[in-house]
Each structure stands twice: as C-alpha cells, then as structure tokens.
Design a binder for this molecule. Structure first.
Ligand code: 1PX
Length: 214
C-alpha cells in the first residue's frame, strides 16, 4: 500500500484520545484537541466537499485552544476543571446561546456529540462486510447521533456529502494503519478508549444538566 503523502496516520489520533484519560477518570484537554486536529486533517484529505464540516469543527477547536493559551489556561486543563470553573464563574448560559456564545462547555458539547458519531461510524466500519458502503455506514451513524441536533439544511448537505466517500477498503487504507484487516484490528484495540472518553464526558455533562446547552 502506498504511504500517504501528508504522513497522516489514524494511529496518532487514536493514541491522542487514549492519552486524554487520566487515572482519576478525568479527560485532559490538550490531547482531546490534538485528537480532533488529527481528525480534521483526515477529513480535509477527503476533499473540499467536507469543507463546511471542517470549518465549523476548526472554529470550535480554536475557541478551546485560545482558552488553553490564555491566562486562565489551568482552568481548562481537563474537561472537569473547565466545567467547574465556567459554572462557578457564571460563564455558561443554560438557556440562551447569545449570552455565552463561546463558552468552553457549549463548545466541547458540540465536539462531544460529534465524537458519538465518530465512535458509531468507526465501529460500523470495523464490523462491516468488505462490500459494505461507507456512505451507508456514515449516514446510519449520523442519523443515529449528530443529525438529531442539526437543522434540515445541514442534514441534507451532510448526507449528500457522504455519497462522495470512498469504498470501505479504500477508506480503511486511507487511515494508514496497514491493510484493511490490520486497520480493523487496530480499531478494535483503540476504539474502547474513544468510547471511554465519550462516556466520562457524557456523565460529566449529565451530572451538571448540561446535555442541552444552547
Ligand atoms: C477515520 C475516520 C475519521 C473521519 C474524520 C472525520 C472527522 C469529522 C469531524 C466532524 C466534526 C463535526 C463537528 C460538528 C459540530 C456541530 O455539530 N456543529 C453544528 C452546531 O454548532 P453550533 O455552534 O451552531 O451550535 C453546526 O451547525 C455544524 C455545522 C457543520 C456541519 C456538521 C455536519 C457533521 C457531519 C459529521 C460527519 C463528517 C463526515 C466525515 C466523513 C468521514
């Protein structure tokens, strides 16, 4: 298999999500954002048809990176410290988006919902037959997760773009994890860490009744 020109390897992305997890069951912000940056690189390599998706994700990652390089950077070291800090300082609006449009909590919530899609998509890809269609796996996982939070026009644009996805094996090879079989094995090993990050975040947001932040 030809090496990718841009040196992208999904292994690094999966390792970043693994590195988010601490012994105290908290989620470290920097590897979380590193994982997302890697995913966006991969998304960009799929073509300009996904630009509208990567643009929104990049905006959100940059909001979080800004917090991590600000005077308050320590408050944003983990998702848990961020939630504690923003809630205690009145930086989160539970009702009106306009009041705190760039809170870390609402921004991470959008990425968190997208992580649910990613988890389902990669699991679908991993357990699919060789002749399965990537676009169908992607549409099914999107409809079962992120689509519930998107208006009709975004859902339409997203499902149209999914039709441009490469075949299952080409997609797996594009991850640069070896043969499609090796990629499937790697996903089996690494996905539990992505799931764990998702679960811890979901619990944290549920505990603070923040799963519907506007
Ligand atoms: C190895 C496989 C990995 C593939 C990499 C894929 C990375 C996908 C990254 C998706 C990030 C999507 C973030 C979306 C956040 C969001 O829901 N934003 C909406 C709400 O934001 P707001 O600030 O207004 O409350 C916003 O309206 C979204 C706009 C853009 C459209 C989002 C469509 C999401 C489709 C997700 C699937 C991506 C297709 C990947 C193909 C493999």
């Amino acid at each position: 298999m030809a090496e990718r020109q841009d040196g992208f390897c999904l292994r690094e992305v999966l390792a970043a999500f693994r590195a988010c997890l601490t012994a105290e069951q908290t989620v470290l912000m920097d590897p979380y954002l590193r994982g997302w940056n890697g995913l966006i690189r991969f998304l960009n390599s799929l073509g300009t048809i996904f630009s509208f998706v990567s643009k929104d994700a990049v905006t959100k990652i940059q909001i979080m990176e800004k917090y991590r390089s600000s005077d308050q950077r320590e408050r944003y070291e983990t998702l848990q410290t961020m939630v504690e800090y923003e809630l205690a300082s009145g930086l989160v609006s539970l009702k009106n988006r306009g009041e705190c449009p760039e809170s870390g909590c609402r921004t991470i919530l959008r990425l968190h919902r997208a992580l649910h899609w990613l988890q389902m998509f990669l699991e679908g890809l991993r357990t699919s037959q060789e002749d399965s269609k990537t676009s169908v796996i992607c549409t099914d996982s999107y409809n079962a997760s992120l689509a519930n939070y998107h208006p009709w026009v975004i859902r339409k644009a997203a499902t149209l773009a999914f039709c441009a996805l490469p075949t299952r094996n080409a997609f797996l090879e594009n991850m640069n994890l070896g043969t499609p079989e090796e990629a499937v094995d790697m996903l089996g090993e690494a996905l539990p860490y992505v799931c764990k990050v998702y679960e811890i975040t979901e619990e944290l947001y549920a505990k603070h009744k923040m799963l519907d932040l506007p």
